[in-house]
Design a protein. Structure first.
Length: 296
């Protein structure tokens, strides 16, 4: 695969996250609680991930390798927990802006641990993404935005754990088949979520049956596909560019809100979407050119 193929794979992984908020809102409208929706997402996702593993070529891993991948999935589960906590005291717009800080945290992690100092062009791309996120989330044009220090901390923790998950996806056990790696990462995520949100819905047949459509959709787009796509692409693009590519989440959130939920989207929000996509494209084109020079 060419470099841009791997970049596109990570980009699509970010798009998957953007689909989640629509299904979460639909599940809440149907009367399901935060714990049921979160637990259902990870439960159905991890079941689907292991079903896929059953039909793929197996590779024997050591206990240490398995443990590494399961532990690497802990930030995956923590991100959802922290983000939902942030939503308890923050408007959704502010919460997603805090979560969006992962774009510079990812570059910082790559600089600290891989000694890859971000280029000026990458810093410009990050700046564009942050400006675009503020516009796309419609923060500047909303009244009565409540900013709490508790919500701010939860939001930043969600950004940190998501950046950590992206970083680990690009670094840990690169030789592991992506499908198996995704299943083990998801296992770490579901174990983490079940500690915080005990899966009581599993013992109530009515809730479980009603949750299936939402749980399957959330599981596919929130648990199965992102770790799988990140496992394929992240080792090749690196966590710095990887976090920039995953910012595709917010344009998809805005688009899905408009198309599926029929929510009104303002012109500044669409401008923010364009700015975000521009930041992603400019950073990726530069990286692709740089990679071509190296391989030449």
């Amino acid at each position: 695969m060419k470099f841009w193929h791997y970049a596109l794979t990570v980009f699509l992984g970010g798009c998957c996250y953007g689909i989640l908020s629509t299904f979460v809102k639909l599940a809440y409208a149907a009367g399901f609680t935060v714990s049921a929706v979160t637990g259902g997402q990870y439960f159905f996702g991890v079941v689907l991930a292991w079903l896929v593993v059953l039909f793929t070529k197996k590779k024997k891993l050591t206990r240490i390798q398995i443990s590494k991948l399961i532990v690497s999935g802990v930030p995956f589960g923590l991100t959802g927990i922290f983000y939902y906590q942030a939503l308890q005291t923050l408007n959704a717009s502010l919460a997603i802006v805090f979560l969006f800080q992962f774009v510079w945290i990812g570059a910082l992690l790559e600089w600290v641990f891989h000694k890859k100092k971000p280029t000026k062009r990458k810093l410009v791309s990050i700046g564009l993404l942050l400006v675009g996120s503020i516009l796309a989330a419609n923060v500047m044009f909303q009244e009565h935005l409540a900013l709490s220090w508790q919500g701010s901390i939860w939001g930043m923790l969600a950004a940190l754990t998501f950046s950590t998950f992206v970083f680990l996806s690009s670094s840990v056990e690169k030789a592991t088949p992506p499908v198996l790696k995704s299943a083990l990462l998801s296992t770490g995520g579901v174990l983490t979520v079940f500690i915080v949100f005990p899966p009581t819905f599993l013992f109530d047949l009515d809730i479980l049956m009603g949750l299936i459509p939402y749980g399957l959709a959330l599981g596919i787009f929130g648990v199965v596909l992102p770790p799988l796509l990140f496992s394929i692409g992240m080792p090749h693009v690196g966590s710095g560019l990887g976090t920039i590519l995953t910012s595709s989440e917010l344009p998809v959130v805005v688009t899905m809100s408009a198309l599926v939920l029929a929510e009104p989207i303002s012109l500044p929000q669409w401008i923010g979407v364009v700015i975000i996509l521009g930041g992603i494209v400019s950073s990726n084109i530069r990286s692709d050119h740089s990679r071509s020079r190296v391989t030449a």
